[in-house]
Design a protein around this ligand. Structure first.
Ligand code: URA
Ligand code: SF4
Length: 208
């Protein structure tokens, strides 16, 4: 299988990684998307938030979590007492995957495949080495499967601070699985779903 590995430079400078990622052709998603959306935030950082993939708004802006899901995430972090300026934010997959509907005007988000998650993982591993987080918050099933493997179940472990896989040598030391902020936007009872996300995120300050 093709992966991003051959595009990842032998450097742990976020600026070098980010500019190299702009030219990634590790899977087919670069073809239709506007641009690579790399992670954003300080390095080192105690906390990394890991999403799925950029959405329509992020694809245009070139930055992660700047659309509706990002605004919800910012509010949840604030309510959970997490200082956003100390958080590095990124996605498991760095290009927007979509299908066109409504005669091509609207771009509808499509879930990345297992192959695309695996193809993009070398960028995430490089970010982990550059950022050296203590904890990675896994926002939903795609993020969790990238870091923990495809059989990991978020619903069985949400809100638990779990040991990270040994391959990361303690950076991160822990992962915190929870739901994706977009699922809160779609929930029948949004207030309840938001409160549950905040409750999960309250475990973060204890490891900062
Ligand atoms: N959803 C994600 O998973 N990541 C983003 O950057 C935006 C929306
Ligand atoms: Fe490369 Fe990831 Fe984009 Fe695929 S999704 S082209 S692996 S950056």
């Amino acid at each position: 299988q093709r992966t991003a590995a051959e595009f990842v430079p032998d450097s742990r400078s976020l600026d070098r990684l980010r500019s190299a990622a702009l030219g990634c052709q590790g899977c087919d998603l670069y073809r239709d998307a506007t641009q690579t959306v790399f992670g954003d935030g300080p390095a080192p950082a105690k906390v990394m938030m890991l999403g799925e993939q950029p959405g329509d708004r992020e694809d245009v802006a070139g930055e992660p979590f700047v659309g509706p899901a990002g605004r919800l995430l910012d509010r949840a972090l604030e309510e959970a007492g997490v200082d956003r300026s100390q958080v590095y934010v990124t996605n498991a997959v760095k290009h927007f995957k979509f299908v066109r509907a409504d005669r091509g005007k609207q771009r509808i988000h499509k879930k990345p495949s297992r192959g695309e998650i695996v193809a993009c993982r070398p960028w995430l591993v490089a970010e982990l080495e550059a950022v050296q987080p203590s904890v990675v918050v896994l926002l939903g099933a795609t993020a969790a499967s990238s870091l923990m493997g495809p059989s990991f179940r978020v619903t069985a472990h949400r809100g638990e601070l779990l040991p990270a896989p040994e391959e990361f040598s303690g950076r991160p030391e822990r992962v915190l699985p929870t739901v994706h902020p977009s699922s809160v936007l779609r929930a029948p009872d949004r207030d309840e779903a938001f409160a549950a996300l905040v409750k999960d995120l309250r475990a973060v300050p204890s490891v900062m």
